[in-house]
Design a protein around this ligand. Structure first.
Ligand code: SAM
Length: 281
């Protein structure tokens, strides 16, 4: 596959796409659990989870208590919890079914440093002001209906954070046209159809960069915005990073060793695309 043309087209063309808030959710528990299991295997999804876990661990190096917005079945946060046994994580999700799966999945892995709270991330009404020193979120914000909900989520995240907070927030970013969506889908050929459909719905529901900049400028002002260079479909908002702790480094090395050459290549490609936008150190 020639990657140059789709990337150049995305870089040079005008914005054509309008955000379509996500209609399609994985509505059965079986589908959600399939998705979770897929993320445990030797897959592109696992490569992406490991990349995000590495950088989030670097960002939360000095934290004791970290909140995860839209934790789902705990696929991403369970990796972070294993890499950072000294941090206490709290996963928030609106769905009780998701939280039940998250608990089962963490019990199965013997993870003790995550607890779960059912709440709406745009309100966080169950959480007290200033009780966290870090906030995390992964591929969850695009589920919010409107840009004003993104602002509410950041405003309340800020409310429950201490003044000297750490933040690591990642999600899809709205691309400019259909051709870019088709290109991104083609990179995951061979994926089960249900995941492909969910991926497309998520790409179309992604917020544009301006929405992230506006909400973070108001409420998470210590963060810096990065996106994948060229095909800007992936974003990260983060505060300063530190060295990776030795336990996290060992875990990451072991897990990367389990990946096929192809999926290690995906991990390296994501690293390069974000490094080209300045996410280094
Ligand atoms: C695709 S899952 C992300 C799971 C996980 N964070 C990951 O990285 O794979 C998105 C989750 O966000 C949750 N969600 C959507 N809107 C929410 C809201 N307003 N408040 C809390 N959780 C929400 C959904 O229930 C779902 O579990």
């Amino acid at each position: 596959m020639n990657h140059i043309m789709p990337i150049l087209r995305e870089m040079l063309s005008k914005v054509e796409l309008k955000r379509v808030p996500e209609q399609m959710v994985m509505d059965s528990e079986d589908q959600t659990q399939d998705f979770y299991n897929y993320g445990l295997g030797d897959t592109t999804l696992r490569a992406s989870y490991l990349f995000q876990a590495k950088w989030a661990s670097k960002t939360f190096a000095n934290c004791k208590r970290v909140l995860d917005l839209g934790t789902g079945p705990a696929n991403q946060i369970s990796i972070l919890a294993q890499m950072n046994p000294n941090i206490e994580f709290v996963g928030v999700d609106l769905s009780d079914k998701m939280l039940a799966l998250a608990k089962t999945n963490c019990d199965r892995l013997g993870i003790k440093n995550i607890s779960f709270v059912q709440d709406d991330m745009t309100q966080l009404s169950c959480l007290k002001d200033g009780e966290f020193d870090g906030v995390f979120s992964s591929v969850a914000l695009h589920h919010l209906p409107q840009a004003s909900d993104l602002e509410s989520a950041f405003k309340n995240a800020r409310r429950v954070l201490k003044p000297d907070y750490a933040a690591y927030i990642t999600d899809f970013l709205l691309v400019k046209n259909d051709a870019s969506i088709n290109y991104l889908l083609s990179l995951n050929e061979g994926q089960p159809k249900i995941f492909k459909d969910d991926y497309e719905a998520s790409l179309r529901a992604a917020f544009p960069k301006e929405n992230f900049l506006s909400a973070s400028g108001k409420y998470l002002e210590h963060t810096q915005f990065f996106s994948s260079f060229g095909a800007r479909f992936l974003m990260v908002l983060k505060t300063k990073s530190y060295d990776l702790n030795p336990a996290a480094e060992d875990f990451l090395e072991d897990e990367l060793r389990k990946l096929s050459k192809k999926n290690r290549g995906i991990y390296n490609s994501i690293s390069i695309l974000l490094a080209l936008d300045g996410m280094i150190g």
